[in-house]
Design a protein around this ligand. Structure first.
Ligand code: CP
Length: 317
């Protein structure tokens, strides 16, 4: 007999295909729940008993795949994995409607955002975006949990992202704006985040008393930051551009000099995997102020909270 898990508010939206599928209030509740799940995992060990969840991965993964499998298992559910292209043997809408008959939820890592959106459209069970070309919302949840652990409150912090204006940067931009953090992106010319997403994030930041700024100057973004974040220069799917990107991003490496522009107590963050000697030096990623493995650990806890808020039905066997 396990005590009933406390504090589980269901997310109103049926899916989590992008950061804004949850409200600001739900996000704050999710981060509280993630902290509780981390503190007291035993309270939740049967919360998803009887539920099977499909993991569909078109791209490689260490952290996302392992932490979703572990999260589902540690919540009492069952994870079933399918690797490879989604919707190549048969129409995607048929894949979704097959899964619909077997599982209680779908976790999907795709090349195209449209693939995860179509899975959500054609299935009635919750669909979670485990990374697409546009978003990496589960990473952003874990990163906010990590910042909260480190700084207590995140409102008013300055968060600098140095590198490609990619899916990770775009999710972080929105979530930081929502939580009242000043978000500064420094990317090379021609490696911009999506202009509509920047405009949307600026609007959200204004509602929350914070700012979103975009520059080509890494020192400007890093100055007085509480956290400096970077990601690989050539994301999955852009590997054939690696050589030209090494040239374009050469001034955007997070090294000791750039890290020194931030506050003395600033932390270094990276979603991993990292390429030492490219986007970050070994000295910075291995420094005592690097929290990259806390971020990786929190993927487990934040995703447990997300699964609970999408799938928990109160039938705690
Ligand atoms: N950060 C992240 O998503 O890692 P994986 O690609 O290993 O899942």
């Amino acid at each position: 007999m396990t005590a009933a898990p406390p504090h589980i508010q269901r997310i109103a939206h049926p899916d989590f295909t992008q950061d804004l599928d949850i409200t600001r209030e739900e996000l704050l509740n999710l981060l509280d729940l993630a902290a509780d799940v981390k503190r007291s995992p035993e309270l939740y060990r049967t919360s998803l008993a009887g539920k099977s969840i499909a993991l569909l991965f078109e791209k490689p993964s260490l952290r996302t795949r392992m932490t979703f499998e572990l999260a589902i298992q540690q919540l009492g559910g069952f994870a079933i994995l399918n690797e490879g292209p989604i919707g190549s043997r048969e129409p995607l809408k048929d894949v979704a409607r097959n899964l619909d008959r077997w599982v209680s939820g779908i976790v999907s890592r795709t090349y195209l955002q449209k693939t995860v959106d179509d899975l959500a459209r054609w299935s009635s069970v919750p669909v979670i975006n485990a990374l697409s070309d546009t978003w990496h919302p589960c990473q952003a949840l874990a990163d906010m949990q990590t910042l909260r652990e480190h700084f207590g409150s995140v409102r008013g912090l300055k968060f600098a992202f140095v590198g490609d204006g990619n899916n990770v940067a775009q999710s972080l931009m929105l979530i930081c704006a929502r939580l009242g953090m000043d978000f500064a992106l420094a990317n090379p010319p021609n490696y911009n985040a999506n202009a509509d997403i920047i405009a949307q994030a600026k609007g959200i930041a204004a509602e929350n008393g914070s700012t979103v700024t975009v520059t080509n100057d890494p020192a400007e973004a890093a100055r007085n930051a509480h956290a400096i974040y970077t990601d690989v220069w050539a994301s999955m799917g852009a590997e054939n551009e690696a050589a030209e990107r090494r040239t374009a991003f050469a001034e955007y490496q997070v090294d000791e000099d750039l890290f020194a522009q931030a506050r003395p107590n600033a932390i270094f963050m990276h979603c991993l995997p990292a390429k030492r000697g490219e986007e970050v030096t070994d000295a910075v990623i291995e420094s005592p102020r690097s929290v990259v493995f806390d971020q990786a650990e929190n993927r487990l806890h934040a995703q447990k909270a997300l699964l609970l808020m999408l799938l928990y039905t109160g039938q705690n066997q």
